[in-house]
Design a protein around this ligand. Structure first.
Ligand code: MN
Length: 435
């Protein structure tokens, strides 16, 4: 659990960076219709949640540094008995103040009347345009109301700044955030083990997905952090395969890329295993190359190491591996220079992980790949995808898609793998599936 005091500290730190000439405005995520009058399960906007812990829709957060009447203002729904009978309790204005520590709370219906007051006297609005068209309009309309107005020597805002400063804060995780992410990973651990143990030739991909969901939900993760990928056979070579509707055949590999979302924090784990519990020699050869690359990349992680060094290590080991298998021919150095590995490995080594599965934060600073810092959490996920579509690839390699993905925290002196104990060597996987 993230404590209220931590949300308060985040707001304070962010307002410190914004300064008294700016105002921060963040809208809650819109509710999204699925079909007819049914909606997708609601998920709060991650920036909004990071600064408030508030999970209701139809809300707007205003942070107004140094404002006399209070700096943290929440516009949210009023309490309403009729609505609450149908849809459950709401915090209301009293709850916003008492339970979420807002300095002031106003009914969301008063937004258009009151928002101009928060804009006057500020030079810049910290708001990212283009993500929520409806709210963009609301905000621009209110900005137009106060444009050019000078009141008591105070001017209206003359520009927008996107909230990338906040994203740099989100990139560095606190101890309590890492604890929540560990919980998301632990639940994901159970899910992967359950799906592996359940798997046998003849079951459908969606049946493995059901096993994942069972562990997620019974452990308090109400949703996956992203659509689960369960691909067998040729589908292991489709990076974001989510149809999950094919029957798994004897001799197939199965690739599961799935992570639980716990208290809005994501896990993102991939394991690849043989449907019948026993790797073929070809599958095993490819698997061991990916594993060697992944372990070497993880080993290099420490403060000060470059973000790109994991990718460089992976490319080197996997290119060497493809040469050893006879799939690529030539000198490893030249092959890397020519990016000859790209048909087999076409993505990056990983991505930041947090409230969003592809979490926020820059990867480069001043055009250079950034150095790693304590508190960064990211995935390490090399893969080799030997698709039958690759011209000239011998048939015995077809449909061998392998990705291995773990979640890693940069610690003071090195790193910690949150997902270390999820079976991943050939021996561990075969032992698990033999039971
Ligand atoms: Mn990932």
């Amino acid at each position: 659990m993230i404590k209220l005091s931590e949300y308060a500290k985040r707001r304070k730190d962010f307002m410190q960076q914004v300064g008294p000439s700016g105002v921060v405005i963040i809208a809650s995520a819109p509710e999204r219709p699925r079909n007819g009058d049914a909606f997708y399960p609601y998920r709060q906007n991650s920036d909004f949640y990071y600064l408030t812990g508030f999970e209701e829709p139809e809300a707007v957060l205003v942070l107004a540094p140094k404002r006399k009447e209070g700096e943290f203002i929440l516009f949210n729904r009023v309490r309403d008995r009729d609505h609450e009978i149908w849809d459950g309790p709401r915090a209301g204005q009293e709850g916003a103040v008492h339970d979420f520590q807002a300095d002031q709370s106003f009914p969301i219906s008063q937004l258009n009347d009151l928002l101009p007051e928060f804009l006057i006297g500020r030079e810049t609005i910290h708001y990212t345009l283009g993500l929520n068209r409806d709210f963009d309009k609301t905000l621009l309309n209110n900005l137009n109301k106060v444009r050019g107005k000078i009141r008591g020597g105070l001017q209206s805002p003359n520009g927008f700044i996107d909230i990338s400063n906040l994203h740099e804060m989100r990139l560095l995780k606190s101890a309590s955030e890492i604890a929540v992410m560990q919980k998301a990973v632990d639940i994901t651990h159970k899910a992967h083990v359950r799906a592996m143990a359940f798997c046998k030739p003849g079951v459908y991909e969606y049946q493995l997905e059901a096993e994942l969901m069972y562990e997620f939900q019974r452990n308090g993760a109400r949703s996956p952090a992203y659509n689960s990928i369960v691909g067998s056979g040729r589908n292991t070579c489709i990076l974001h395969y989510i149809s999950n509707n094919q029957k798994i055949a004897d001799g197939d590999l199965v690739l599961i890329d799935a992570g639980a979302e716990y208290q809005n924090y994501a896990a993102d784990i991939t394991r690849t295993f043989p449907a019948n519990g026993k790797f073929t020699s070809e599958q095993r050869a490819v698997y061991d190359i990916v594993l060697e690359a992944q372990l070497a990349a993880i080993k290099s992680i420490k403060p000060g190491a470059s973000w790109v060094s994991a990718q460089d290590i992976i490319v080197k080991i996997m290119t060497q591996g493809l040469v050893d298998l006879g799939i690529l021919k030539g000198s490893v150095e030249t092959l890397i220079e020519k990016e000859a590995y790209l048909p087999y490995y076409m993505h990056r080594s990983g991505h930041w992980l947090g409230l969003d599965v592809h979490d926020v934060g820059r990867y480069r600073v001043h055009t250079k790949w950034r150095p790693l810092e304590q508190g960064m959490v990211f995935t390490v996920e090399p893969g080799l995808y030997l698709s039958s579509d690759i011209p000239g690839l011998a048939k015995r390699w077809h449909h061998i898609g392998v990705r291995i993905e773990d979640n890693v925290v940069v610690t003071e002196k090195g790193h910690q793998v949150l997902s270390n104990s999820i079976p991943k060597t050939v021996t561990e996987i075969e032992a698990l599936m033999a039971n």
